[in-house]
Design a protein around this ligand. Structure first.
Ligand code: NAD
Ligand code: ZN
Length: 252
């Protein structure tokens, strides 16, 4: 017990000390302290606008224009965002060899920016800091896409094959990335402590990983301001800010 940091955080610190192989699983909640709004907090993005499904994006040029308008409207927030205390605590768990991987639903690149090596970040919903052709997979940077969009009112087609260009994210209705899903599963099954930071755990298949870890015998810890769908099966639930909780737990 440690009164200074709270019993629950001390509990997390003790579990981290005992664990041999931690997997950290993050959602939008770890990035709110970096100024990127989440989806499901009160006032979150979806209380204001519905997401655009993959099928609608592919089928409609107007939907694509709307998706790009929204993306560019967010650009200042994404470009200005820096890793916060939560990201830094996670990076230190990886640097110490305590955590094997970070599985993230986030698309903001902040785990990589915090110093976690690329091969230890498993992005199951992709990345919004660049774009890809849906047909041939060619990577494109956002700045030239934005310049084209502002000049012509449309995003450019793929220079290599003429295909539709989309941010490198996974939308609702879009297939999950097979390699990342396989890597996430392998990491999950090798973990003895699975640490969820800032996810409401309602989006599947992503939310299947904590369940998988628990069934496989790992401890499950959830740090989230609001209740989640998997609190009942967790070994420990901490309803506090991720930044201060993780900074304190990792400092122990
Ligand atoms: P979510 O919005 O459904 O849930 C976030 C949870 O984090 C909420 O329950 C909220 O209470 C909690 N939370 C927010 N800030 C917190 C803080 N500082 N400390 C503790 N808890 C906090 O997010 P999700 O489960 O990740 O699902 C949303 C989907 O949207 C993801 O799949 C992701 O792809 C995408 N998304 C990503 C970003 C990003 O990259 N930063 C932002 C918004 C949405
Ligand atoms: Zn292409």
């Amino acid at each position: 017990m440690n009164a200074a940091i709270g019993d629950e955080t001390a509990g997390l610190a003790a579990m981290l000390a005992e664990a041999r192989r931690v997997v950290v699983f993050t959602g939008a909640g770890i990035s709110t302290e970096s100024g990127i709004p989440d989806f499901r907090s009160p006032g979150g993005i979806w209380t204001r606008m519905a997401p655009i499904d993959f099928q609608d994006f592919v089928a409609s040029a107007e939907m694509r224009r709307e998706a790009w308008r929204r993306r560019f409207a967010m650009e200042e927030s994404f470009a200005a965002a820096r890793p916060n205390a939560g990201h830094m605590a996670v990076a230190s768990l990886v640097a110490r060899g305590k955590a094997s991987h970070v599985i993230t639903q986030n698309i903001d690149n902040l785990h990589q920016d915090s110093g976690v090596p690329d091969d230890k970040v498993i992005e199951i919903h992709g990345n919004t800091r660049y774009a890809k052709c849906l047909d041939c997979g060619t990577r494109m940077e956002l700045a030239p896409i934005r310049a084209h969009f502002e000049a012509h009112g449309d995003p450019p087609d793929c220079a290599a094959c003429g295909g539709i260009v989309k941010t490198a994210t996974i939308s609702f209705g879009q297939a999950m990335p097979e390699l990342e899903m396989a890597r996430a599963q392998a990491a999950t099954l090798a973990a003895d402590l699975f640490l969820v930071l800032g996810s409401s755990l309602v989006v599947y298949p992503a939310a299947g990983f904590p369940l998988m870890a628990r069934r496989n015998g790992a401890r499950l810890v959830i740090v989230n301001r609001e209740p989640t769908d998997q609190d009942e099966i967790a070994s420990l639930v901490i309803r506090r800010s991720i930044g201060e909780t993780m900074a304190a737990a990792v400092a122990q």
